[in-house]
Write a protein that binds this ligand. Structure first.
Ligand code: 6PG
Length: 245
């Protein structure tokens, strides 16, 4: 089984960012209409930066009622929120500090405390807010050059042990502790968007989407929403090795 989901190929990273932002607004609009609130898990890394910037500027119109937006994170590096490595810091600088979202609506993973304690704490927070079977309206993800997504890294046990909603994991490939939501919570989302770009991702993208199904080696393959939609937003460079178009 190859990675499921719709593939959208765009000519440039700027076009990917624009599509990312448009899907965010559309998903929020739908959630407001259906449930009166929008619950989203943000991606970390560099790829989402441009989309977050667009949401804070060009797309920051009245469409999004930020009072009714509830932000969580798909993963976090185990560093303080002021650290340059922090996904929270990146999202805050590019988006969250620039829109009128109440601080109580932003749920940060506490990367500065013991990883296992932070994972337990965040799982409790999510369960308290969203119930025992959380359903995000939108999950945003990226993909690494090794086919990881969020902090689901090749060979790590969050890939096989979904008993916890949130796991602390030591990622050998990056030499640091991470916090990550686990596959079941991603796959319970109504919409999952994976955005990836650049030639350096082409080999992994082809392996994830068209190679043998082996999520322990290519974790992004495990992202297959049970009832929701999966959309891959990629640029031409990342799609370079794909047979499908
Ligand atoms: C993180 C992300 C991670 C990221 C990929 C791609 O915390 O870094 O959750 O999964 O999405 O590593 O990163 P880039 O977007 O920087 O290429």
């Amino acid at each position: 089984m190859n990675a499921s989901g719709h593939l959208r190929v765009y000519p440039t990273p700027e076009a990917v960012a624009n599509a990312f932002a448009e899907h965010f607004v559309a998903s929020a609009t739908r959630a407001f209409a259906d449930r009166g609130r929008f619950v989203v898990a943000l991606a970390g890394g560099n790829t989402p930066r441009a989309a977050y910037e667009l949401l804070a500027t060009q797309y920051n119109d009245t469409t999004i009622s930020w009072n009714d937006v509830f932000v969580y994170f798909g993963d976090e590096r185990c560093v303080p929120p002021t650290d340059e490595q922090s996904n929270y810091r990146m999202a805050s600088k590019t988006l969250l500090s620039r829109v009128n979202i109440p601080s109580a609506n932003v749920h940060r993973m506490r990367g500065e405390i013991d990883p296992a304690d932070a994972a337990r704490e965040y799982a409790q927070e999510i369960t308290q807010d969203l119930g025992a079977h959380p359903e995000f309206d939108l999950v945003l993800l990226g993909m690494g050059t090794d086919g990881h997504t969020a902090s689901l890294f090749p060979g790590t046990d969050p890939m096989t042990d979904s008993s916890a909603l949130v796991r602390a994991v030591f990622a050998d490939s990056v030499g640091s502790w991470r916090l990550t939501l686990t596959p079941d919570i991603f796959n319970a989302a109504r919409i999952v968007i994976v955005a990836t770009e650049g030639y350096e991702k082409a080999e992994a993208l082809a392996a994830v989407r068209e190679g043998r199904y082996d999520p322990k080696q290519f974790p992004a393959q495990i992202i297959a929403p049970t009832e929701g939609r999966l959309i891959w937003l990629v640029d031409e460079a990342a799609a370079n090795n794909l047979k499908e178009r």
